[in-house]
Design a protein around this ligand. Structure first.
Ligand SMILES: Cc1ncc(COP(=O)(O)O)c(C=O)c1O
Length: 498
């Protein structure tokens, strides 16, 4: 995430036009991987250190959880017996963009957050609520391409008067904050005795700040860096070899080494992966009540491996950088986990008797469809008469164009966006779920947890005069929760009476 702040100025969205013309200009930017000018060196006397050493007053205890051996043994990814050291999770829940948007809201600055598409909608919604403007960039864009989040942030900065780029990849305050606060907190709460710290790296601010302070004050402490497969931050270089180009865990790993990441203070790197990260995050939530995000799972998935080298009584601190709040629609959702292949339906435990019955078995009424040329007034009349809330819109050849729902149509009519005499094609709605006639009722029940209905389709193969063929999706019907409930209750009644 690259944050951009300017004093409240041009109208929101005003930057878009300038952005379009911006491509003609020569690019002005500072790479986020420029060599660091920081003069910090391990072993330098503190008086010569560039870091300031603010005295911190004792902090209120954070939520510390001790993961003893018994708990770690239950970790599914960890098949070898675990150590008997204690694993403690330090929860430091904040995301840079949200912190910036919050400060900008209070100070009255205009705040533009440039973030890759991969970032969750929960982050976008919180940022929007804080008044930030959001610009999404392609997740796959290389960091040095003009369309990456870094590239777009620089373009905006160059085009908006009085704009500043906070540049978390180069900003020295990023690791310093962790040097002065997070690391001090760890030392305070562990009475200065820490044997291992496990932390993920995104910008690298967290791991650099913590490891520099610990190397100074607790020299024996081993620093373990966690980098996802598909990223290139780990050392040695061979660790980064993979076919993976994409991973789902947010906030960690990059395709460049940020200026603020000082890899000389990391003793050993481990690679993490999505499967283990999400499994561990869900386990920490379920068994420890730690409402953490996916990258906390990445850190813990590595910690349970790395901490095996520790002896009884030694301490391993695991940094949990983010909370569950940002991922409610992602790894917290069984549906998302199944869709992404991180969980199987079978993992959800016992299924009800109707789960694997196909949709074909439901007695759905004959499909009612309307042509796109039917007027809104006529469609409302048809829906009222038939007692339906929605109807598919299909063309003359039966191909599905979308849906019209009573609610959607009425709100467009009431808002004056359409007139009753307009054709329904103007209010077609495409955000609906389709399900195949051969899919099972289990899949349908997942859809109906979120949507009011699903469009039941079946595929037809159509042969053309030239001998070629094409597949077309045809409407078979609409299915709602009432259809599923009627089916289940009727069959249950039959089963009881037999
Ligand atoms: C969810 C999440 N995890 C981990 C990190 C990594 O922290 P750092 O950038 O300090 O390396 C970030 C950074 O923004 C993050 O958002």
């Amino acid at each position: 995430m690259a944050g951009e702040l300017s004093r409240a100025g041009p109208s929101p969205g005003g930057f878009k036009a300038r952005l379009d013309r911006g491509g003609e200009k020569e690019r002005q930017w500072i790479r986020p991987d420029t060599p660091s000018k920081c003069t910090w060196k391990l072993g330098k006397p503190l008086s010569a250190s560039p870091h300031h050493h603010a005295e911190t007053s004792p902090l209120p205890p954070l939520w510390w959880k001790c993961w003893k051996a018994g708990c770690a043994r239950a970790v599914p990814v960890c098949s070898v017996p675990c150590c008997c050291c204690s694993l403690s999770a330090l929860c430091a829940f904040a995301v840079a963009g949200i912190g910036l948007a919050l400060a900008a809201a209070v100070k009255g600055y205009r705040c533009i957050i440039v973030m890759p598409e991969k970032m969750s909608m929960e982050k976008v919604d919180v940022l929007r609520a804080l008044g930030a403007e959001i610009v999404r960039t392609p997740t796959t864009a290389r960091f040095d391409s003009p369309e990456s989040h870094v590239g777009v942030a620089w373009r905006l900065k160059n085009e908006i008067p009085n704009a500043h780029i906070l540049d978390q990849y180069r900003n020295a305050s990023n690791p310093l904050t962790h040097y002065d606060t997070t690391a001090e907190e760890i030392l305070q709460q562990c009475d200065g005795k820490v044997d291992m710290v496990v932390a993920t790296a995104g910008t690298g601010g967290t791991i650099t700040g913590i490891s520099r302070k610990l190397k100074e004050k607790c020299p024996g402490c081993k620093i373990i860096g966690v980098d996802p497969e598909g990223s290139i931050l780990a050392e040695p270089e061979e660790l980064n070899k993979t076919d993976k180009t994409m991973y789902e865990v947010e906030g960690i790993g990059y395709d460049f080494v940020p200026t603020v990441l000082d890899r000389s203070t990391v003793d050993q790197w481990y690679k993490s992966n999505d499967e283990e990260s999400f499994a561990l995050a869900r386990m920490m939530i379920r068994e420890e009540g730690l409402l953490c995000g996916g990258s906390s799972g990445s850190a813990m998935s590595v910690a349970v491996k790395a901490a095996k080298e520790l002896k009884e009584g030694q301490r391993c601190v695991v940094i949990c950088p983010d909370s569950i709040r940002n991922y409610m629609s992602k790894f917290l959702s069984d549906k998302w986990m199944i869709q992404k292949g991180f969980m199987k339906e079978e993992d959800l435990g016992n299924k009800p008797w109707w789960w694997n019955i196909s949709i074909q078995e439901l007695s759905l009424s004959a499909p009612l469809t309307v042509l796109p040329t039917v007027t809104c007034a006529k469609t409302v009349e048809i829906l009222r008469e038939k007692g339906f809330d929605q109807v598919p819109v299909v063309d003359e050849s039966g191909v599905i164009l979308g849906m019209v729902t009573l609610g959607n149509m009425l709100s467009s009519l009431l808002a004056g966006k359409v007139k009753p005499s307009d054709e329904v094609r103007k209010v077609i709605y495409k955000q609906f779920q389709q399900i195949n006639l051969k899919d099972n009722l289990g899949k349908l029940s997942h859809i109906l947890e979120i949507d009011h209905f699903a469009l039941v389709v079946h595929e037809q193969i159509q042969y053309h005069t030239d001998g070629s063929s094409s597949k077309r999706q045809m409407v078979f019907g609409i299915v709602t929760a009432i259809d599923l409930l009627n089916f289940v209750t009727a069959r249950e009644r039959e089963r009881k009476s037999n």
